[in-house]
Design a protein. Structure first.
Length: 280
């Protein structure tokens, strides 16, 4: 099955290769950065996603600090956010340690600096401008799906991690959920858990936890995207689509999945979260 991505067609990621033969532009469509900056602090999807990611980071960073204490000290956790975008996630990550960001988009980094986030750099995920073993934790939050070669990008994340360091990856799930937002964001692929685990292992990681997330809105999003596809509806961005008076409630409902995810993995969802450790 083929899915439109701009003027190109993308096939689901094959088992034998992760490389897109006809590369798309490396940045998202230009208008999406301003929209992201405007909505990412309040839109239900961004707010709910941050709550889920934060719940994973709380446990992970607590373990990192315990490990550091056992080695004779408790230095700050050094964190790199690959594809930091306009900065909301980087602000959240700063709660857990010394966080810095990298993004290919100069416009995105301008938005970061307007927030007061100065510790940001311009660079490619497949060629990170950092020395080996520089970070305790690396995040790629809705980033890996943008890469022509996701394996190369994940190997770079491994390279800049210290031995035993962790990566947290968040990616969209299931190619049949492909929608307008995938097109305008220049996504290359959506994943299944098995596909993501496979490429993580190939990159030199041991997967410690992987689960689908956003099971709450799986059916509405699937039906909405099928409807938009059938009626050829193409909004400027799906991030503009929300029900204003329900936005806060929807965000709380999505974020509440973090409570269930403390104890179990979801069998399906709109996205996937994965925690993995660098192995040597």
């Amino acid at each position: 099955m083929l899915y439109n991505a701009g003027d190109q067609q993308i096939k689901p990621m094959s088992i034998t290769t992760n490389i897109i033969e006809k590369p798309l532009p490396r940045e998202m469509q230009q208008h999406t950065y301003a929209i992201m900056r405007r909505v990412e602090e309040t839109h239900w999807w961004f707010a709910g996603r941050r709550r889920i990611i934060k719940s994973f980071l709380e446990r992970l960073c607590r373990d990192v600090k315990v490990e550091s204490a056992g080695n004779g000290g408790q230095p700050p956790v050094n964190i790199l956010d690959v594809g930091c975008g306009t900065g909301a996630n980087l602000e959240m990550l700063s709660e857990f340690g010394e966080a810095e960001g990298v993004d290919i988009s100069g416009e995105a980094l301008t938005f970061c600096r307007e927030r007061g986030l100065e510790n940001v750099n311009q660079g490619e995920a497949e060629a990170l401008p950092f020395e080996d073993s520089s970070f305790d934790l690396v995040t790629g939050l809705d980033v890996v799906e943008h890469l022509d070669d996701d394996l190369a990008g994940l190997k770079e994340m491994r390279r800049v991690l210290r031995p035993g360091g962790h990566v947290v990856v968040f990616v969209p799930a299931f190619m049949f959920l492909w929608g307008v937002q995938d097109d305008i964001s220049h996504h290359r692929r959506r994943y299944t858990i098995d596909q993501l685990k496979r490429v993580m292992l190939q990159s030199g990681f041991s997967v410690e936890r992987a689960s689908y997330v956003n099971i709450s809105f799986f059916a509405p999003i699937l039906l909405g995207r099928l409807l938009m596809r059938a009626l050829r509806i193409r909004p400027e961005s799906e991030n503009n689509i929300t029900i204003g008076f329900l936005n806060g409630l929807l965000g709380k409902l999505f974020g509440a999945e973090s409570l269930a995810l403390r104890y179990l993995n979801f069998p399906f969802g709109v996205s996937i979260i994965c925690v993995a450790r660098r192995i040597d």
